[in-house]
Design a protein around this ligand. Structure first.
Ligand code: AMP
Ligand code: GLY
Length: 424
């Protein structure tokens, strides 16, 4: 079967690496991919949101399955587009339709979904420009810190944690009145701040049954000790020691099952990944957010621990017989260190020549923001390379990934050396 994978980040590199190993995969296409994905298949110049161009490509190249990496095409309805087209409707798309993608595309939707289904999450209220004054008064009665979230997709930047009333009121005005995050902040969710440790849980579902993929912890801040600005993610580890059997049972009983049930109750036939970002608050899981895709850089730690044929699992989603498929998970630990461009997550330069990739000893190198330029691999984004090592324990995995990260060079390379240290 020919498979088309949409996306270009480290997540898609890990997907491409894993899918290319499948007995079901004859030709893999990655659109648009990066300088690394060409090693697993063929990069094609297509925008993941250009559905008409994707249609043409899929039909011309006998693509038998489309796997969607990022959320944007899903929220924009790529799966619906396929189902509504006579020529495409029998080609499975892995990822929810626009109705299910609202779990990520609208925080107001996802909060209401959780409330309806008694899924534990922080208390919250939504406000628009028409209820700005109510929002400002609501903040006066709130505890601090408080969390302000743009309702829509804001490229991971739409969440603000405000320490004081003044700051929160200023930001609320900026979001609702001055469109700080554009259309995405035309509705704002004001949410209770939860104190605890975060965990990323991944579920694959065919709309009937589900499988829980390996969990991971993501390190979001730019600086050592998890300080400084928020990024897309600076590293990840899997498994996560506190996500033991007892904790994961709570996650399954209180969050995963009610989520799958709630989707069915809403007649949302969801086929794809559900990424549950949660907070462990004193031993109890609370949902911070849903995403309708896999995490990045979590995927780079999660997929190397999956021993089963990944495309076989995706076929289980497509054919709605996931329950018959085997998910075998390695007991080893994976650690991912993200190499980023100096200045990231603020402004940074692109086009720096990367050297030393072939010096890596015992890690995988998953390309993220890279591009080929006259046969040279150059930086082409803020997050540039993900280095993943899989070892017998967390300490060795982190140690190896950090050591290998040090073997790569470009002008302005930066990475965190403390990934996973809070878990030792
Ligand atoms: P998100 O963009 O929804 O992933 O949120 C970004 C980050 O904000 C999360 O990873 C958390 O670290 C933090 N965050 C979001 N909601 C809350 C909350 N209710 N309490 C504490 N931290 C939160
Ligand atoms: N690493 C968090 C995310 O993918 O949203």
């Amino acid at each position: 079967m020919n498979i088309l994978l949409l996306g270009s980040g480290g997540r898609e590199s890990a997907f491409a690496w894993k899918m290319a190993q499948s007995k079901h995969c004859s030709q893999l296409f990655i659109a648009p991919g990066n300088a690394g994905t060409g090693a697993y298949g063929k990069n094609v110049h297509l925008k993941p949101t250009d559905f008409d161009a994707i249609k043409e490509f899929v039909l011309k190249n006998q693509v038998g399955m489309v796997v969607v990496g990022p959320e944007e095409p899903l929220v924009k309805g790529i799966h619906d587009y396929f189902l509504e087209d006579e020529d495409l409707k029998n080609i499975p798309v892995i990822g929810p339709k626009a109705d299910g993608a609202q779990l990520e595309g609208s925080k107001t939707f996802s909060k209401a979904f959780m409330r309806r289904n008694f899924i534990p999450t922080g208390a919250s209220h939504s406000f628009t420009i028409h209820s700005l004054n109510e929002g400002l008064s609501y903040l006066e009665t709130h505890k601090f810190p408080v969390v302000l979230k743009a309702d829509g997709l804001a490229a991971g930047k739409g969440v603000l944690i405000c320490q004081t009333l003044e700051e929160a009121q200023t930001e609320l005005v900026a979001m609702l009145q001055d469109a700080k995050f554009g259309e995405a902040s035309s509705t704002v969710v004001i949410e209770e701040f939860l104190t605890g440790i975060e965990l990323s849980v991944f579920v694959l579902t065919d709309g009937h049954s589900y499988k829980i993929l390996p969990e991971a912890k993501d390190y979001k801040r730019i600086g050592e000790g998890d300080t400084g600005l928020n990024t897309g993610g600076m590293g990840s580890v899997s498994p996560v020691p506190f996500a033991n059997e007892e904790f994961m049972k709570k996650v399954e009983d209180r969050i995963i099952q009610p989520t799958i049930y709630g989707l069915k109750a809403d007649q949302i036939h969801y086929k794809g990944f559900i990424f549950i970002g949660l907070m462990n608050v004193g031993g109890d899981p609370y949902v911070i957010e849903y995403n309708v895709r896999m995490g990045d850089p979590e995927t780079e730690s999660v997929l190397p621990r999956i021993e089963s044929d990944f495309v076989e699992l995706l076929l289980g989603v497509a054919k709605e017989n996931l329950t018959e498929k085997e998910l075998k998970i390695s007991p080893k630990t994976a650690a991912t260190v993200m190499l980023v461009a100096s200045g990231y997550p603020g402004e940074y330069l692109k086009g720096k020549v990367i050297s030393g990739i072939s010096n890596i000893r015992s890690s995988y190198v998953f390309h993220a923001g890279t591009a080929l330029d006259n046969d040279e691999v150059k930086t082409d984004g803020g997050r540039v390379l993900a280095i993943t090592s899989v070892q017998d324990n967390l300490f060795n995995a982190v140690q190896q990934a950090v050591t290998d990260a040090g073997r790569i060079y470009w002008d302005g390379k930066y990475f965190r050396t403390d990934i996973g240290f809070d878990l030792f």
